[in-house]
Design a protein around this ligand. Structure first.
Ligand SMILES: [Zn+2]
Length: 155
């Protein structure tokens, strides 16, 4: 009957010291997704070489601690991997890598999986490649009409 939010040490670590924060200029693929439940917005940038390996990955997340921690861990898990492996990444494996999330925050981990899928979709469109098993992202947000200045990161 506890409503207390309990975060693992790994979640706290990735929240206070997130990996791969930033953006990639001329990224191979960019994916932006959001969830209405706690207002998290996540953008993932992928730099993919001509063999389909993810050379670099960056993210920007405007959201809750769980969203930031899962973004950070998800980018760590796909970095250096082939796009097929990145596609196979699930929110479950991200959560396992973080030693779990409080039940009410599980939806936040879905965002990381969806943002990576959205970025892979963008890459596939731009590069005219087909990624087997990749579906068009359902919650892709298009923000071309206006720019958000909040959450800018200084390198
Ligand atoms: Zn959240």
């Amino acid at each position: 009957m506890s409503t207390k939010l309990e975060y693992s040490d790994k979640v706290v670590d990735h929240f206070t010291n997130p990996r791969n924060v930033g953006e990639i200029k001329n990224a191979s693929g960019v994916g932006t997704v959001g969830n209405a439940k706690c207002g998290d917005i996540m953008r993932v940038y992928l730099d993919i070489d001509d063999k389909g390996f993810i050379k670099d990955v960056k993210f920007k997340t405007f959201g809750c601690g769980a969203a930031i921690a899962t973004s950070s861990m998800a980018t760590e898990l796909v970095k250096g991997k082939h796009i097929d492996e990145a596609l196979a990444l699930t929110n479950k494996s991200v959560m396992e890598a973080l030693d779990g999330l409080p039940q009410v925050k599980v939806h936040c981990s879905l965002l990381a999986e969806e943002a990576i899928h959205a970025a892979l979709w963008d890459y596939a469109q731009k590069s005219h490649v087909t990624i087997d098993g990749l579906k068009k992202p359902k919650s892709d947000i298009h923000e071309d009409d206006h720019d958000h200045d909040h959450g800018e990161e200084e390198e």
